[in-house]
Design a protein around this ligand. Structure first.
Ligand code: KG4
Ligand code: ZN
Length: 338
């Protein structure tokens, strides 16, 4: 057995722990969702999230160790999300990770959550070719980038306002479909028709995105048409989102001809997006890298993978115990390219 790393992720409303080997094989991945605690409020309540992380983090770590069939002393490194995310939520994971690392005398690595999502392509294909055209679509982010090699990113564009996941969550709330919005909106969309002409914001403009105008168009339509079909609104909304995402991906493939396209982040769980990206790749002959559907949304396995990449880039040296949560941590762009 090679070296094993324990990863902890508590940036938002999932308390997650995983055990990942230095061969980048995931030995266990446990996610305790707090969805039920937040559903009544229609979104994540930061204070409730922090308190739930406090009570869940050690049981979730224990479960990850149990599922991997190992004990704490078998762990040789700890990785934890340092940001971006909710400050109180991040703090809980960081405190747990530092305490465990200190008591085991092993290094702790501080991982950028966005790099975690990008590393989740290793779950699709450990031999993923580079450069990759990477679309990161989650509740908090919508970023189009090129990964030139692991950890080296060239920025192409990002959203000027809402992320796609955020638009999904808001439309879901408007349609009375609950939180989080992605899965129920997609389920309804499968029963409807893309017949409502919602806008495709910034479709013709470069690589940036904007989704707040689309969301407003959906709100206006629903208010003006009390007898609206939930399925058709969901389908037309999802169609507009996907048209924008796929058009920008196609434009970038046309410009850069990268051999692989990766789509990561919670919205990459969308069967509609997954199918559209597969179709695009079939047309262009590029390879698609999609994390398994369950690993698209927040989890600690992706933090463990990014943790190993960071540790090996630093010759095994951890980040020490001096780091704290960084709620607005951006992805760091490679110098000279951006
Ligand atoms: O990556 P993630 O778990 O958390 C963040 O880092 O933000 O992404 C959560 C987002 C939510 O907005 C959720 O509605 C969306 O991902 N999502 C989906 C689907 N499953 C989750 N969006 C579209 N279709 C889905 N099936
Ligand atoms: Zn995430």
């Amino acid at each position: 057995m090679g070296k094993l790393l324990l990863a902890i992720e508590t940036s938002c409303d999932e308390t997650a722990a995983a055990v990942v080997g230095d061969d980048l094989v995931v030995r266990s991945s446990v996610v305790a969702s707090q969805v039920d605690l937040h559903a009544a409020y229609g979104g994540v309540v930061p204070e409730i999230a922090s308190r739930a992380h406090v009570s869940l983090v050690m049981p979730v770590v224990a479960e990850a160790l149990r599922e991997a069939g190992i004990a704490l002393p078998d762990i040789e490194a700890v990785a934890v999300t340092k940001g971006p995310g909710l400050i109180g939520a991040l703090l809980v994971g960081i405190a747990a990770a530092k305490s465990l690392a200190m008591s085991l005398s092993v290094p702790v690595v501080a991982v950028n959550h966005l790099e975690g999502h990008l590393a989740s392509v290793l779950l699709a294909d450990p031999e993923a070719p580079y450069p990759q055209l990477s679309l990161l679509v989650s509740g908090g982010h919508c970023i189009l980038a090129r990964a030139l090699s692991p950890g080296v990113y060239q920025r192409l564009g990002s959203t000027k306002d809402d992320s796609v996941g955020e638009a999904y969550d808001k439309v879901s709330r408007l349609l009375g479909l609950g939180y989080p919005g992605g899965p129920p909106v997609d389920r309804m969309a499968a029963e409807g028709h893309d017949v409502l002409a919602f806008p495709r914001p910034m479709l013709q403009e470069g690589y940036d995105f904007s989704f707040s105008g689309l969301k407003t168009a959906v709100v206006n339509y629903v208010r003006a048409n009390p007898g609206y079909s939930v399925a058709d609104v969901a389908c037309s909304f999802a169609g507009a989102c996907m048209d924008v995402l796929v058009t920008k991906l196609a434009r970038a493939l046309d410009e850069f001809h990268d051999p692989a396209v990766s789509v990561v982040g919670g919205v990459a769980a969308s069967p509609i997006l997954r199918q559209r990206v597969q179709e695009l790749a079939a047309e262009t002959g590029s390879r698609v890298l999609l994390p398994p559907q369950k690993m698209a949304t927040d989890n600690a396995a992706m933090i463990g993978l990014a943790g190993w990449l960071r540790l090996s880039a630093r010759d095994g040296e951890g980040d020490g115990l001096g780091f704290g949560p960084l709620p607005s941590l951006p992805l760091s762009w490679a110098p000279n390219l951006n």
